[in-house]
Design a protein. Structure first.
Length: 60
């Protein structure tokens, strides 16, 4: 009986690495865009809160 080794070929592993590379190449710019939008929203919220705090402190 001839025993055949079980496993992945080099081509299959290279294809998996290539697909993962493409997915990462698409995901990183999207992640940076979402992060920038979150930072903008946080800054706007902080500005609104600061304006509200200054309006309250003008009572003296």
């Amino acid at each position: 009986m001839i025993s055949r080794a079980q496993g992945f070929t080099l081509i299959e592993l290279m294809l998996v690495v290539a697909v993962i590379g493409v997915l990462v190449g698409v995901a990183i710019p999207q992640f940076n865009e979402y992060r920038a939008k979150a930072n903008d929203a946080s800054a706007q919220s902080d500005a609104r809160n600061a304006i509200g705090a200054f309006r309250i402190d003008k009572s003296y």
